[in-house]
Write a protein that binds this ligand. Structure first.
Ligand code: AHR
Length: 778
């Protein structure tokens, strides 16, 4: 293969292409990046957060139930916004009677010699001459650091710096009282002094450093679903994420229900996000909901949008306004008089339907009017294609917004097959923000396929502005979603294979793409079992508790042969009905279907192979609102197309699928709702992009996904004749299924080499299944 890189011909700016997406799911913030070590520090955990929670979750009594009674009260709180506090009633004084907290991960990790900042609010009713003792202990109860305070009858904040005598991975914090009577405690907090950049109320250092080392150009926050799931009343305990609740004194930030089934203290709030972005040299990209919760079908009345408009305008003022403005003044009072320089604002996350876009438009217009330079990010729903995806793009064009947020989680093979997805996108349209994507897994194969896809993003930098892998962080003992980029426990963390791919691409992004010519066509390998048709078993299932199918027919459109089947009633679970296995080039599947019990709808699978690879058609899926066509490979599904529709109970629907070659069309009650061509799995012989960085270096990124090495001859047209030092970063010689782990955190990670090329031409042999980055001094 011969590849010419025109080093003097810059094409598109790569701008802020690669960034990160932070969402507090998988305990990414509380118990993760946010440095707080105490779980349930202000006794606000509640069953609204998680049915198993109560106000004492995370806390345990020390001493017998006769010695000390624990109870949570609300009568006279430190802050009415976090009204609960602990009353510890000591009835039998002893040497070690009180409460303990073991943190988020079954124990608090303390380093030998490590310094820890403790603080709490406390008061007591009697025995004012007897101390409250605060101890950091090992798992066995050995005291590793200790302090004490004499309390008064009024709430007062107490603070200590402790130094742990020994290391422990399963330690705890104990608060024990001498004397009798009630001791009250609230906002009990313990932070390592050694947070990222040594900031107070700061970030856990190892996790923050893993993020910093990526060199992301932007950070999207505070989440995806987290931004829109919740009640619209900002004061409700299960309110939507409202940024104004996350700034100002910690005590005044109302703990909230996080939709990922836990509690969010909001100690890591918008000020901290902006500050962290500044600390790691990345641009902030906050996302707000315009008063629409798709999960619970809550929408702000259109006549009452001012609240949500102000949310957006005030946020921009908070980030960018002068210290003499109301919200800029709050930022200054929190310690940052200089503006944060926010350039992007996301409005919405994955919402579908016109009702959302009516609300989007109200907020978007107000921002466009007051801050025309703000780059607004709209949304194209949760899938890579289909009617709601199209709706998102249509609105983006109509509303003249800068970027459209696309999300998809697919099989690695989908990423190979869809490498050219953005080739037809035009630079004059809104640009793409690929705000969430991942192939389903953390193996080397997943990471490699993502790398090949990222080459396609770079080649299309005229239309793709921003891209970030998702999700970012995951606590190994609390998994809402996987795969994830970084895994951690109480003390350890590691980057996945996908992390190292992202890191190489981010650190070697380059400034502009360079024109390339492939002097021989890059070959394509088709990997599918068959490439011209979709053949295999056809099955009817139910996606609810009970479905009745009748008038079931299967027809070979080429021969006219038709099979008819007697009516069936399918119960939920694994029950299904086979229509047989076909190897036809064109066929139709028809049936009348009625939901008799349950919540969702119907499910048809076709093209099913013995290895389980198949296509599925789901009618009334997810929250009974989607019709989805999916392709399943290796146990993972890719949604190829989505259409919005709910299945009504006891109503009969006429379902029809027509499969012609690899084209799949679907009708419901005679209406064509989906028309998709599922390309056969394929991969190119080599994926390559070329860029120039700010220092004039030429960066070649090359991905070989094939099981054999590939040689390429490069001509760097326009580069000087002499010797050119080359930095090489290579990920290769891994088995496809390899993953990193706590025990082997660098099993799949790059190696670095140096080389020199003479003149403008050189050949390079790319190992099988490898990613190589060549940074050539220009
Ligand atoms: O990244 C995990 C979730 O996936 C996000 O919250 C949501 O936007 C998407 O559905």
């Amino acid at each position: 293969m011969r590849i010419k890189v025109k080093t003097g011909e810059r094409q598109s700016s790569l701008g802020d292409l690669y960034g990160i997406f932070f969402e507090d799911l998988n305990h990414a913030a509380d118990g993760g990046l946010y440095g707080e070590l105490v779980c349930n520090r202000s006794f606000e955990f509640d069953e609204i957060d998680n049915p198993s929670y109560h106000h004492l979750t995370g806390w345990e009594r020390i001493g017998s139930e006769y010695a000390v009674k624990l109870c949570v009260e609300t009568g006279n709180p430190v802050s009415g916004r976090n009204p609960h506090y602990l009353s510890m009633d000591i009835q039998q004084p002893g040497s070690f009677v009180g409460v303990k907290n073991s943190g988020f991960h079954g124990g608090i990790c303390l380093e030998e010699g490590g310094k820890y900042l403790f603080s709490c609010y406390a008061k007591r009713e009697q025995d004012l001459d007897r101390p409250l003792r605060i101890s950091l202990c090992s798992e066995e109860g050995k005291v590793l650091a200790e302090g004490s305070a004499m309390l008064t009858r009024e709430w007062k904040k107490y603070a200590f710096t402790f130094q742990a005598e020994e290391k422990t991975n399963r330690g705890f914090l104990a608060l024990t009282g001498e004397g009798r009577g009630k001791i009250y405690l609230d906002f009990v907090s313990l932070f390592p002094a050694d947070t990222f950049r040594g900031r107070e109320n700061g970030m856990r250092r190892d996790l923050a450093e893993l993020l910093e080392e990526l060199h992301p150009k932007f950070m999207r926050f505070p989440g995806g679903c987290l931004t829109h799931d919740g009640a619209l009343d900002p004061e409700a305990r299960d309110a939507q994420y409202r940024w104004k609740n996350t700034v100002g004194p910690l005590e005044e930030r109302p703990a909230r229900r996080n939709n990922w089934c836990y509690n969010q203290t909001l100690g890591l709030g918008f000020y901290e996000y902006f500050l962290f972005c500044e600390d790691i040299g990345t641009k902030p990209l906050p996302v707000l909901s315009p008063g629409y919760d798709p999960h619970h079908h809550r929408e702000a009345p259109l006549g009452e949008m001012q609240y949500f408009i102000d949310e957006a305008l005030d946020l921009i003022e908070f980030a960018n306004g002068g210290a003499d403005t109301e919200w800029g003044g709050l930022r200054a009072a929190m310690g940052h008089p200089e503006p944060f320089g926010m350039e992007y604002l996301g409005i919405g996350n994955e919402e579908v339907g016109e009702a959302f876009f009516d609300r989007f438009r109200a907020v978007c217009r107000a921002v466009q009017e007051r801050y025309p330079e703000m780059k607004i990010v709209g949304t194209a729903g949760p899938y890579a294609g289909g009617s709601e995806y199209e709706r998102g793009w249509r609105h983006a064009r109509e509303d003249g917004i800068a970027l459209v947020d696309e999300h998809y989680y697919m099989t690695p093979e989908w990423f190979l097959t869809n490498h050219h997805r953005y080739d037809s996108f035009r630079s004059e349209d809104p640009h793409v923000f690929l705000g969430e994507y991942a192939s389903k897994g953390n193996t080397w194969w997943n990471a490699l396929c993502e790398a090949s896809y990222m080459i396609g993003l770079e080649r299309n930098a005229h239309a793709v502005d921003l891209a970030c892998y998702a999700p970012l962080l995951c606590a190994s003992d609390y998994v809402n979603w996987k795969p994830d980029l970084i895994w951690f426990d109480g003390s350890r963390s590691f980057g996945t294979a996908n992390y190292y791919v992202q890191k190489l691409f981010m650190r070697n992004q380059g400034k502009d793409t360079l024109a390339m010519e492939f002097e021989e066509q890059v070959g394509t390998r088709v990997w599918a079992d068959e490439k011209d048709s979709i053949t295999g078993e056809i099955l009817l299932h139910t996606d609810c508790e009970e479905t009745e199918y009748r008038e079931i027919r299967l027809k070979n459109c080429k021969t006219g042969e038709e099979k008819q089947f007697a009516p069936v009633i399918l119960q939920g679970g694994k029950e299904c009905f086979s229509l047989g296995t076909v190897d036809w080039a064109e066929y139709t599947i028809t049936a009348k279907a009625k939901r008799r019990k349950g919540e969702r709808g119907f499910l048809v699978t076709f093209g099913e192979k013995e290895n389980g690879n198949r296509f599925t058609w789901i009618v009334g899926g997810w929250q009974n609102q989607d019709v989805m066509l999916e392709e399943w490979i290796g146990g993972h599904g890719s949604c190829l197309d989505q259409y919005l529709m709910s299945v009504e109970p006891e109503r009969e629907y006429e379902l029809r699928l027509h499969i012609a070659g690899r084209r799949i069309r679907a009708w419901i009650d005679g209406r064509l709702v989906q028309d998709v061509t599922a390309d056969p799995l394929c991969a190119e012989e080599l994926y390559c992009s070329a860029a120039m960085d700010g220092a004039g270096n030429i960066i070649l990124k090359v991905v070989n996904v094939l099981p054999e090495e590939q040689e390429a001859a490069f001509l760097l047209e326009g580069i000087g004749k002499g010797a050119h030092p080359v930095e090489i970063y290579e990920m290769s010689h891994f088995e496809r299924e390899w993953e990193n782990s706590f025990e082997e955190p660098l099993r799949v990670s790059p190696v670095e080499k140096r080389q020199e090329i003479q003149g403008d031409s050189f050949s390079y042999c790319f190992p099988k299944e490898s990613l190589t980055i060549l940074k050539i001094q220009g």
